[in-house]
Write a protein that binds this ligand. Structure first.
Ligand code: Q0Z
Length: 321
């Protein structure tokens, strides 16, 4: 029985994510559709019992704070990347359509704003565990490893350094803690939460998707260092849900810049982080307003990520949306 007991997790998740977020760029009530959930940079609306409208906004967060200024087209870049991967991966997923013409209750102006940044998705019962796959040792797993080991490093050999490629990719599931931060789980903890059957299935599916995506990324000169998947049940089938393999859910590095032992700048966010660092901001909200050249430079980096990963022009994506 793969899906035992998910109802209570789903209610807990709704309690957490249904809260009112700070300074949202897209007001939750912008659409006449019922609002289901807010993330830091995304919104979910209900279309009907079976379908949700999944919207990527242009909000950007840095140091866990949503910045005051949106990055134009960031939500379209992320949505275009998710669509690229949903089409390419041979795995059951929640994506249904980008056609907004038959959704009731949105006017032409709203439809124009939503175009390219939204997906009609199958409603699923989301499994309350973030399915993280790591091919390289970085981020929270590196911090655990350096300080003597933790849940995400259980199955790693000794003697690795920061940014090393792992002997094989590892499944390091995490949960959303009350703080909103992900907390890495030991294999035992994750098996206890999910049951062995669901744990094994999530691990198998996640590793398979990572391997496929990492292979495609490598062919484009990119390293997919790690990524985070979410899954959900619909009609007893386990679907890949949420955004997939975007720079917000994944760590991509240009292959020619990778060197173990060194910190790797974030492909998309380092530019804006560097400017924020230089501004003297102490990471408490509100963040300072970004100068136009920082907004434009950040947008250019997102577009560059899209074009490298998909091998297609972002302008062509916009024109086809
Ligand atoms: C995803 C999240 C976001 C806030 C719920 N297909 C689905 N069916 C049911 N629920 C979800 C999905 Cl993707 C679902 N999240 C994460 C995304 C804003 C929270 F855009 N929450």
């Amino acid at each position: 029985m793969l899906r035992q007991g998910l109802g209570s997790y789903e209610r807990a998740r709704r309690g957490y994510e249904g809260g009112t977020g700070p300074n949202r760029y897209y007001p939750a009530a912008m659409l006449a559709l019922p609002h289901v959930a807010s993330g830091k940079v995304r919104e979910i609306y209900e279309i009907d019992q079976q379908r949700l409208l999944f919207v990527a906004t242009d909000r950007i967060s840095a140091y866990d704070v949503i910045l005051e200024d949106p990055i134009p087209d960031k939500g379209r870049v992320l949505t275009g990347l998710s669509l690229h991967w949903f089409r390419l991966l041979d795995t059951p997923h929640h994506f249904l359509s980008t056609d907004l013409s038959t959704i009731p209750g949105i006017d032409d102006k709203e439809r124009a704003e939503l175009t390219g940044r939204s997906m009609v998705v199958r409603r699923a019962e989301v499994v309350p565990v973030e399915c993280v796959i790591r091919g390289y040792l970085y981020g929270s797993a590196w911090r655990e490893y350096r300080s003597g080991g933790g849940p995400a490093t259980e199955h790693l050999p000794a003697g690795l350094e920061m940014g090393d490629r792992l002997p094989q990719p590892v499944f390091t599931p995490a949960t959303k803690a009350a703080s909103g931060h992900d907390e890495n789980l030991t294999e035992g903890e994750a098996r206890g939460l999910l049951g062995d059957e669901l744990y094994d299935e999530l691990r198998r599916r996640s590793l398979e998707i990572y391997q496929t995506a990492a292979g495609h990324a490598a062919a484009s000169g990119m390293i997919l260092a790690d990524t985070k998947f979410e899954f959900g049940f619909a009609d007893d089938r386990l679907l890949l849900v949420d955004e997939v393999l975007t720079p917000d859910s994944s760590r991509y590095w240009p292959a020619d810049a990778w060197q173990p032992g060194r910190s790797m700048p974030s492909f998309d966010k380092q530019f804006v982080r560097d400017w924020l660092d230089g501004s003297g901001w102490d990471h408490t909200p509100p963040a300072p307003h970004l100068p136009p050249e920082v907004i434009e430079g950040t947008r250019a980096r997102y577009v560059d990520a899209f074009e490298r990963i998909t091998g297609t022009r972002f302008q062509a994506y916009l024109e086809g949306s």
